[in-house]
Each structure stands twice: as C-alpha cells, then as structure tokens.
Design a protein around this ligand. Structure first.
Ligand code: ADP
Ligand code: MG
Length: 580
C-alpha cells in the first residue's frame, strides 16, 4: 500500500477554515470606516472596502479650491484694501479650517485603517502561527508516515525476499515430487506388467495345482486301495493306576520290537501229554498297525488322518471301535471325560483336520457345507444324543432322502450345520453328557449301545463346476463281550441278543461284501442299515480293535482279535468317488 504525504496534508488543511478569518476581518473594517464617516458628515469622503485581503481601502478626497481662486475670485487686492484683504484672509482661513477638518477626518480614517490593519496583521500572525504549528504537526506526521512507510517497505522487501525464497524451495520440492511421481508411475507400470505376467503364471499354476490335486487324490486312493478297503488297527490300552495292584506287568500280550503290525497273545495251557507240564500256546495276529499301551492319541490319529482326508475328497468313510467294555473304545473315539488337546480322541481330531483342510482347499475354489448328527442305537432303537429334552413318542426311522436318492437319513433326528470345530466339540460334549446320564440310570447302558457320529460333507468347486458329497461316520460300538446267556434273563438277555445280533450282523455284512455275494444283509440290524452307504462299494472302512491289557480279559481279547483279523482279511471292492 502506498500513500502520499501531500494528500494527507491537504486533508488536514481542509478541516481548518482559515478563509473565515479574512471575511470577518473585511466586514469589521467596513463598519469602522462607516463609523468615522458618520462622525464627519461634512467630509466628502467615500470609502470602499472590499472583502479581499491585500487591497488597500480607497479613500477619495475632493481637493479644496486654491487660496488665490478662493480668496480673490477675481484680481489681487491693492495694498490699501485692507478690508478686502481681511475678508480674503477670512475666506482663506475658512478654507484652511475646512482643509484642517478634512485632514483631521482623513487622519482619523487613517488611524482607524491603521488600527484595523494592525488587527489584521495580528490576526494574520495568529493564523500564521496556527498554520505553522499545523505545518509542523503535519511535518511530524509526514515524518512518522515516512518512517512507517520506510518500515513497511523494508518489511515488504523482507516478505518479497522470503516469498521468493519460499517459492524457490517449493519449486524445488515440486520438482522433486514430480520426479518421484514419474518414478512411481514407471514403477507401477512395471509392476502392472509383472502382475499381468504373474496372473498368467498363477493361472498356469492353478491349473497345474488342480491337476496335481486330482493326481494326489487318485494316488491317495490307490494307496488306500493297496492297503485294502477294510483296514484294521489294533490298540492295547495301558494298565490303569487303579488296576496296577492286581496286574503290574503285561505278560500275556507280546509285541514285536521291529514290526509294529504284529501282536501275540500267549497262555499256558495244560499239556496233552502230562498233567504237570504246562505248554505255552501262542496266538499271533497281524494288522495294519498295532499300537502299544504307551501310544498317544496323536500317534493313532496319524494313521487314520489319510482316511479322514478321503472323506473330504468325496469318499464315504466309516471308522469303528470294536472291543469289550473297558478296552478303550470311547477313549479312542472321543477321548476321556477330562478332555485336553493332548488326549482328545479321533472324532474331535478328525473334525479339526477336516475344517483345517477345507480352509486350505478354499484357495483352489472349494467350498464346503458340514452337517453333524450324533445318535445312539440301543436294543435296536434309535435315540438322538443331541437332544437334551426329547419329546415323547418321537419316532426315529432310517429312510431314503427321496425315491431317487441313495442317501439315508433319520426322521426327526437333529442335523446341525457346523461351521467351526468348536461347535462340533460342543456337540460331542452334549452327547457325552447324555450318555453318562444313561450310564448311571440304566446300569451303564452306554457300554451296551452303539453311538454313531456322522458328519455330512458337501463340497463344491464353482471354478470347475465340481460337486462332491460324502459322509464321515465314527462309531463307538457296544461292548463285544459275550454275556453269560445261561444267567441272563429278561432285559439283560434281550440286550445281549440285540448286541450280538447287531455286531454279528456287522460281521456278516463285511463277510458278504468280501465274498462279493449278491445280497448284502444290511437290513438285518439298525446299525448296518444306517451305515449301508458307508460299508462296501462306495466307502472306506477302518476298524479299531481295542484290547484290554488285563490277563483276566484274555479270552475276550482273543475273541476280539479273532473277529478283527477276519475283518482284516476282507477285501470289499473298490471305493467309488461320489462326484458329479
Ligand atoms: P470302553 O469305551 O471300551 O468301554 P473306555 O474308553 O471307557 O472303554 O476305557 C476304559 C478306561 O480306560 C477309562 O477310564 C479310560 O479313560 C481308560 N483308557 C482307555 N484307553 C486308554 C489309554 N490309551 N490311555 C489311558 N487311559 C485309557
Ligand atoms: Mg465306551
């Protein structure tokens, strides 16, 4: 901003009315002269005063007639004419008086004039004083303004310098950013082209992965087939602390040091030749795997995890636990009551693996739906283990889903869609609680009933328009011990017969499948009917034979091992993939 000192001064000046002093003065002078005029009316005097300063007031005075012309009016008087001369002199005197009075009045006017002029001068002086003080003030102002202006200019200069410096910095920064941006753009372009080429590589890899996965499934299946369709795993449980007093060492059960597939039971028997000598009789068995008492749940699961994988690949899988009561079936399948991650059984482990593998298969375009059910078969009747408060007279019937479908389902049974392993762990806990209630209420009914956990798996691969459905069944069979029929009556007898029936039915079904008979007697028991699709043709079966380490259980152990080894000999055809 600039401003001029001159204009400031003119502004200040315009606020002081100095003209007024002059006009006032002009009017006063005129008045004074008028006053003089009145006093000397005889004087022919006219004074004109103008309002303008600097112009002298003009006073016009008429000249008196000359002495000669006034005194004589004609000729000079002779010396003797004293009278005439006196009269002339009188006239002259009169004239002089007039003139005197004229001069006096003139003098008066002059005095007034002079007084007025003095006043005027005085006023002028005052005005001058005011004006000069004003000028001084204005000059002071001007100086201050000039100083201010100078300061402002300095500031402005500083600002300009800063501004230009700033501009320089900004320009540099901008340039830097521009180069950076250009570099980034180039980098992005490069990355985009890399991405594009990687997309190609990924598509290629995906295709190869898919083919590899298909190949893996095929090979996995071949391996399973080579292992035989019904595999049998033997597990001998440890001697429990509560049993240690009676039995500290297991002598009648022998394992091989270098072969984890064999187990022998030995017993001293009366010799045919002499009564005193006892002969040791040895019963050898071989299975797909024999687990010794110290084997951990984790080790056992390792052996069946391949089979669990098959369930996700679209095969029906059925895993049984067979053995007498107290041999460790429930421990193997579910785990003990005080379950920890270390001691949890095959069912929770299988479920965990299935969820984990399903998650991995997501990257290959597979999505899965899981539905779980848990039931019990006691005396040929079905009971839902997931319903805590069952309604009365609910009928559980095994039926085909519809006329066209091979798939079986149980009417009124609770089928729970599960999305996470924890959910399944909860279901297992509910079923366990329900079974243990029954245990006390009906003299350990749980040992005389089969419990069946089923997980329906529906997988689909939208990328390749593939679907597969399968069922994973994990069965904790009723105790295989033979009841002493001669002492059993009523309910107990019926129970014994029912167990016998269903377990021997299971044996018959497996044998018939192995013998490739045209009729397979699935319908002879609820258990075999329910597991129809998971036994034979389209499925993979595994049996745990659980064995007690106690010598008192020798004959039951021998029976179990004999049954299991018969099953182990069965080859029941090639499993087919449930794929559309
Ligand atoms: P079953 O279901 O065949 O009747 P359980 O699974 O109930 O037999 O086992 C009987 C007892 O032995 C239970 O107390 C169980 O905890 C224990 N048990 C079974 N197997 C093992 C094992 N491998 N390790 C430790 N304890 C076991
Ligand atoms: Mg049990």
């Amino acid at each position: 901003m600039t401003f001029s000192a001159a204009s400031t001064i003119s502004k200040i000046a315009s606020t002081r009315p100095s003209i007024g002093v002059r006009s006032q003065y002009g009017a006063g002078l005129a008045k004074a002269i008028q006053g003089v005029g009145t006093r000397s009316r005889a004087v022919n005097c006219a004074a004109t005063v103008t309002g303008a300063i600097g112009k002298k007031p003009r006073v016009a005075v008429t000249a008196p007639p000359s002495v000669e012309t006034a005194a004589t009016g004609s000729k000079r008087r002779p010396a003797w004419d004293l009278k005439g001369q006196l009269s002339d002199m009188k006239v002259q005197l009169g004239n002089m008086k007039t003139r005197m009075s004229e001069y006096t009045s003139k003098l008066e006017v002059s005095e007034v004039h002079s007084k007025l002029l003095q006043e005027n001068v005085h006023q002028r002086d005052k005005q001058l004083e005011i004006a000069s003080s004003q000028i001084e003030e204005l000059q002071g102002n001007l100086k201050a303004m000039e100083l201010l202006l100078k300061n402002r200019e300095v500031e402005l200069e500083k600002c300009r310098a800063e501004n230009s410096a700033m501009q320089g910095v900004l320009e540099n920064k901008l340039k830097l950013r521009e180069t950076e941006l250009a570099q980034k753009v180039a980098c992005i372009e490069e990355q985009q082209s890399t991405i594009a080429s990687l997309h190609g590589v990924i598509a290629d890899c995906e295709e190869r992965l898919h083919l590899t996965e298909q190949e893996r499934r095929r090979l996995h299946n071949t391996v399973q087939e080579l292992k035989g369709n019904i595999r049998v795993i033997c597990r001998v449980r440890p001697v429990l602390n509560s049993e240690k007093e009676a039995c500290s060492e297991i002598e009648h059960v022998q394992f091989s040091h270098d072969d984890d597939k064999v187990i022998s039971l030995t017993k001293k028997e009366e010799s045919h030749t002499g009564r005193d000598r006892k002969e040791e009789v040895k019963y050898d068995f071989s299975f797909d795997h024999v687990f010794q008492p110290m084997a951990k749940q984790r080790d056992v699961f390792e052996d069946i995890s391949q089979l669990v994988q098959s369930a996700l690949d679209g095969y029906n899988v059925c895993i049984f636990a067979y053995g007498q009561t107290g041999s460790g079936k429930t421990f193997t399948m579910e785990g003990p009551d005080d379950m920890t991650p270390e001691n949890m059984g095959m069912i929770p482990r299988a479920v965990d693996q299935i969820f984990a593998t399903a998650e991995k298969l997501k990257t290959m375009g597979w999505t899965y739906k899981f539905t779980a059910s848990f039931l019990e078969i006691y005396n040929e009747t079905l009971r839902d283990l997931l319903v805590t408060k069952p309604e009365k007279n609910v009928e559980y019937e095994i039926k085909r889903l519809n006329n066209k479908s091979e798939q079986l389902h149980v009417t009124n049974l609770k089928y729970v869609t599960v999305t996470a392993e924890d959910q399944v762990h909860n279901l297992i806990a509910i079923a366990k609680a329900k079974r243990s209630v029954a245990k006390t209420a009906a003299n350990d009914r749980s040992s005389r009933s089969h419990s069946v956990f089923q997980l329906m798996i529906e997988g689909s691969n939208s990328n390749r328009d593939l679907q597969c459905t399968s069922t994973l069944s994990l069965v904790d069979l009723a105790g295989s011990e033979r009841l002493d029929k001669s002492h059993s009556k009523g309910d107990r007898l019926r129970e014994a017969q029912a167990i016998n029936t269903s377990l021997s039915c299971l044996g018959h079904v497996i044998m018939s499948l192995s013998n490739k008979e045209s009729h397979i007697p699935y319908r002879n028991s609820k258990l075999t009917y329910l597991l129809q699709n998971s036994l034979g043709g389209n499925s993979k079966t595994l049996m745990f034979v659980n064995v007690s380490p106690l010598e008192e259980n020798f004959s039951e152990s021998l029976n179990s091992l004999r049954f299991a080894s018969k099953v182990n000999e069965c080859v029941i055809g090639t499993a087919q993939l449930n794929r559309k």
